[in-house]
Design a protein around this ligand. Structure first.
Ligand code: 13P
Length: 343
């Protein structure tokens, strides 16, 4: 393993004021997003949409450090024949690839899932590296489901083991692993329950990474924030989210980890930005803290685009705005649209 090379890539992924665009929706997920807009999910439409994002030159150059791609996308070319990977590199960002194969029900653990995709992973990593991928992503999914006593130890442990095997394989093949254990926002649990489960999941994950001999200097952690479940009656202020998220991260994430890049997980665009900003305002941190958002970066441009080529400029403006807001939040320098208008 060339750790100094892995560390260099990991640091570039969390460069100050920049973060990661998660554009790695599986064909099933992007179809759901397109259905909501009344756009047919064809390979060409998926390409046109993503090409529009990657050609947002200003946003990409200033605020986006890397892009997570899906298997189909890393092989696609732009309308003019340029590989999409080359567009991303030309824009100054690093191409990355989602390598997990999604979740499957975990036996004897009703309602819980384990992420699959370890079989043949080394060979796939070798191919993705030849296609330009500098980093990879694997997402584990943990459901809190308060009434049923979830998560089970079996679920937390099986997912941590899989994350660790994936991360070790990536590093052995010269690819930086994004380690993503996501505690879902689904449910009516409060913020403290989310924080408690997140702490457990992170402890198990870092223990599994240790036993798998993963070098922490060569990973990026992609966690959820501590937030109340979507159906919780008890809402939390921006300060409470920042405070409880940081308490958990400081208790679990060694300073050897170069960076933390949050997922948005169903937070609104502005919540995801405000929370990241508050976390970065709370004083010196042992790691760089930024975003690796899917929905919170793409919801606005998707809507503006709506499958029409005449909307490309408006969609790029919408993407540029969210990218800039999150870039500022990654430095603790964000102001809400209201504050910006008043200033
Ligand atoms: P969201 O920001 O939409 O949660 O997506 C991030 C991601 O990559 C999930 O794996």
């Amino acid at each position: 393993m060339n750790l100094s090379e892995l560390n260099k890539v990991a640091l570039a992924m969390v460069a100050p004021g920049r973060g990661i665009l998660a554009a790695d929706e599986s064909s099933g997920t992007i179809k759901k997003r397109f259905d909501a807009l009344g756009v047919e999910s064809t390979a060409d439409n998926r390409r046109d949409y993503r090409e529009m994002l990657f050609r947002s030159a200003d946003a990409m150059a200033k605020y986006i450090s890397g892009v997570i791609l899906y298997d189909e996308t890393i092989r696609q070319t732009a309308k003019d024949g340029t590989p999409l990977v080359k567009l991303i590199e030309k824009a100054g960002a690093l191409p990355g690839i989602k390598v997990d194969k999604g979740t499957k029900p975990l036996p004897f653990c009703p309602g819980e899932v384990v992420t699959e995709g370890l079989d043949g992973l080394r060979e796939r990593l070798v191919e993705y590296r030849s296609l330009g991928a500098k980093f990879a992503k694997w997402r584990a999914v943990i459901d809190v489901g308060q009434q049923h006593g979830l998560p089970s130890y079996s679920c937390v442990s099986a997912n941590a083991q899989a994350l660790a095997r994936y991360a070790a394989l990536c590093q052995d093949e010269g690819i930086v692993p994004i380690v993503e254990p996501e505690v879902l926002m689904d449910g009516d649990h409060d913020i403290d329950r989310c924080a408690e489960v997140t702490q457990w999941v992170l402890k198990e994950t870092f223990q599994a990474l240790f036993f798998a001999r993963v070098a922490l200097e060569g990973i990026v952690l992609k966690p959820n924030m501590a937030v109340p479940g979507k159906k919780s009656q008890k809402r939390a202020s921006v300060e409470e989210v920042a405070d409880k998220t940081l308490r958990v991260l400081k208790a679990c994430v060694p300073a050897a980890v170069p960076g933390i890049a949050f997922l948005s997980g169903g937070q609104s665009d502005e919540e995801a930005t405000a929370h990241l900003d508050a976390i970065n305002r709370s004083g010196a941190l042992p790691w760089r803290v930024t975003f690796s958002y899917g929905r919170a970066l793409q919801a606005a441009p998707q809507k503006a685009w709506s499958g029409k080529s005449e909307n490309v400029a408006a969609a790029q403006r919408a993407f540029g705005h969210r990218a800039m807001m999150n870039g500022l939040a990654a430095q603790g320098q964000w102001k809400s649209d209201l504050e910006r208008k008043a200033a």
